[in-house]
Write a protein that binds this ligand. Structure first.
Ligand SMILES: Cc1cc2c(cc1C)N(C[C@H](O)[C@H](O)[C@H](O)COP(=O)(O)O)c1[nH]c(=O)[nH]c(=O)c1N2
Length: 237
């Protein structure tokens, strides 16, 4: 064990946040989130890594019922369209899923990406132009994990037309809405993803996602991976 490792208890806390984080839509309580708690979540998000230290994110904090209702209307339109893309049993199951908690949650936060921040040449973004969007997603994940540790649920709503969302929030052209998040205390954190419980999709076995050296290489060509698999055996996910 490295001298730089966290204590066993601290590591357990970190892994607990990772494994017990949930996308929350159905369990929100109306209890408000105190400003100092929300500030901790936003600070966690702001400490995400970013390409060229670009920090391309902004955080739009929404607690106006009128704005939430307008977002919910955008969601409903996009969701009706999405539902029409499935057929038969799958379409019926899709329509039973609850896929947002926009109005039920006390606070919504839209995390955006300013694609011009830091000027036209961002260190590390010459070849992978989406690296600023990836960075913004890491801010989302930091917030999501910190929220779990605080006992706060987060639900990501991507079922919305981004152009309509940008107009609703008054975003300038160079600012992209990456994540529309619903935040609030919850009645419970479910043990498994709601989509899994509903029979939509199950977690893939980690073994099925591991490759040795090149895509499709047999794993016995990769002793390190063999050992990883031995360790993963019998553990969930
Ligand atoms: C980019 C992105 C976008 C969305 C999501 C996630 C991510 C990463 N998820 C949540 C998603 O369904 C959920 O993460 C998975 O089902 C796994 O469940 P847990 O997050 O582990 O509870 C999500 N959920 C939902 O109900 N409505 C939505 O619009 C979206 N959109």
């Amino acid at each position: 064990m490295s001298e730089h490792a966290f204590s066993e208890e601290q590591r357990a806390g970190l892994y607990r946040a990772i494994h017990e984080r949930r996308d929350v839509r159905s369990q929100f309580l109306p209890d408000p989130i105190a400003p100092d708690v929300l500030a901790r979540l936003l600070r966690a998000a702001h400490h995400a890594p970013s390409v060229g230290f670009m920090q391309p994110w902004d955080f739009i904090v929404i607690d106006s019922l009128a704005t939430k209702q307008a977002m919910k209307a955008l969601y409903e339109r996009a969701n009706a369209d999405a539902a029409g893309r499935f057929e038969g049993e799958r379409a019926a199951l899709y329509r039973r899923l609850k896929l947002e908690g926009i109005v039920d949650s006390p606070v919504n936060v839209c995390i955006t990406c300013d694609r011009t921040r830091g000027g036209p040449h961002v260190l590390g973004r010459n070849t992978m132009l989406e690296a600023d969007l990836f960075s913004t997603c890491l801010a989302v994940q930091n917030l999501w994990l910190a929220a779990r540790a605080e006992g706060i649920g987060v639900g990501w709503v991507s079922i919305v037309d981004p152009v309509e969302l940008a107009a609703l929030l008054g975003l300038p052209d160079h600012v992209v809405p990456v994540a529309y998040l619903c935040l609030g205390y919850v009645s419970e954190f479910l043990a498994r993803p709601e989509l899994e419980t509903a029979g939509w999709r199950t977690r893939l076995p980690l073994e099925s996602l591991l490759h040795g050296n090149r895509w499709g290489d047999p794993l016995d060509n990769a002793p390190l991976l063999d050992a990883v698999l031995d360790d993963a055996n019998g553990k969930p996910g």
